[in-house]
Design a protein around this ligand. Sequence first.
Ligand SMILES: [Zn+2]
Length: 282
Amino acid sequence: MNCYLCSNSSHSKIQDRVRDRDDISVLKCRSCGLVFLDKKDHIDESFYEQGGMGKSFKLDNITSATDYSDTQKRFKLYNKFFSKKRILDFGCGQGSLLRKIKMSGIPAELFALEPNKNHQKTLKKEFTVYSCIDEIPDESLDVITLFHVLEHIEDPVSVLNLLYPKLAKKGKLIIEVPSSNDALLHLYGCEAFAEFTYWSCHLYLFDPETLRALLEKTVFKINCIKQYQRYSLANHLHWLAKAKPAGHIEWSFMDDEILQAQYEKKLAEIGQCDSLVAIVEK
Ligand SMILES: [Zn+2]
């Protein structure tokens, strides 16, 4: 199997299964470092339409608490880009970020792109909803956000290039993806986390170099690529003590804004945050 980014055929196996499938291995390209699954054909167009991601992820109360905290943080980080803009959240799920922007009173036009048919029904009550990129009129948007979307897509370069004409001049993409250099893997060597984090839906995992290489293959201009820590120190301590997810909820009494900011700063310095953010422009 050749690497999606550099076409090299030499890779190492870093995990011989993923959390929901014994027959899928995780590989790492020996040339560019891209982390990818050895199978992709389990994800087709209908997979996300039918809510396939939810079926392999059964942590509902934790998922919704995580969605809430993700939404608060994303709004705080990116609301400076939202005022008087036409904003589309690509793969918006239930639409928490769009709803947060709406409730904040920021003047903005809000659009949703979500393949999941169930989510579409609810979203249509509040937003303009697209089920695929083809439905979006050209130059009709100023900002497109893609939070934890790119790693699910078989050909992310093509999808990003399809979004380019949908943006007006100087339009932006805000992209967040999980990082393949997560401290739980590379610093702490937490085996339970490795068994949990590799998942059949994440076809690729990027580091800053492979994310840059991917974005350089698109027609966009790269504005920045940054380290970003999505999960809290409590989540990490819980993994190390209990070998289980959801520490950010179970031990949320440990939350402290200053402590978290310092922890994120330190992880960013050593390049081992759990996520990466890229902003690219037309
Ligand atoms: Zn490669």
